[in-house]
Design a protein around this ligand. Sequence first.
Ligand code: FDA
Length: 310
Amino acid sequence: FTNEELLAADALKSIARDQQIKKYIQQSSDLYPLLLRAANRFVSGETREEGIKKALELSARGYMVSLEYIGENTKTIDDCVYAKNEFLALIKEAGSQLTETTVSLDLSHIGLSVDSDLAYKHIDELAREAKRLNVSIMISMEEAAKTDKILDVYKKVSEYYRNVGITIQAYLERSVTDMKELLHYPGKVRVVKGAYQETEGVTIPRSQNLNERYLHLVDLLVQANHAVSIATHDETLIREMHKRDYLSLPHVEVEMLYGIRPDLLKQLKEDHFKARVYLTYGTEWYLYLCHRLAEYPPNIYVAIADIVNP
Ligand code: FDA
């Protein structure tokens, strides 16, 4: 990436969480619809109905789907209960309309930022309903400061529910140790490279070294016959796993974010591999858009083109 692109990416990471900018955009009748146009490439819409509609379309085209109601770091109990109820409604609707569904969530969206017990109470309620409707739940992995708490809640809920899985970030130094422990739990493990800006020394930057770490984590899961989601858009990594004959294994799937490398996921689906689209909806699309632009700065030009030429 160019220096300018990297500077823009850094700025976007800060802008994404700035409450005043967010409020300004939400209240601006000029800016809001323009940015929503750019977001439409990456999110299904603002409502659950739009999420389910797009999920049904993707499912009819042969993809599996993970659905997320966008949000994180919910600060009040009322807002956590609201988010939990939205996920409950999503599980009920998706479970009754789609044959195979995963609902994905950040624990900090439903309680972890208030306290771990609230997050556990909520995920327990969601997992119970999901189990009844044959829906899976995937817990996302957040900043390194939350890793222990997230893993603790996951392990606790896994004692009762096999339909709950967890995400592991290959860029964390600790992940190989964590993975060896996670192999003893029943839930699917989604392996990602990792998306957060952490203090130096906590993570490995994008590199060959990181790709080797990623492959090692997948190796551990595959060799243990453990359900795994290979969640990456990195063609080199996917090609390597194809070479190792992982992609045709019954417990292995490839999962990509909606709107990012749809060509690659389509090819995998046409080659009869299990291909899952990670699809989001919600009024917090602005945060999600900033993340997608920041992690791949050339997307800034794509966003501008989407705004100018819808
Ligand atoms: P990498 O960033 O090296 O990109 C490889 C190639 O993919 C790029 O060269 C480019 O071609 C393409 N690409 C990547 N990002 C792109 C973009 N935004 N736009 C266009 N092209 C792009 N992270 C986390 O910390 N916690 C989590 O819980 C999750 N959950 C999650 C679920 C799923 C299903 C996916 C796919 C990803 C996540 N992530 C995540 C995000 C993940 O950590 C990572 O930031 C992104 O997947 C990008 O990394 P890649 O593995 O694609 O590789």
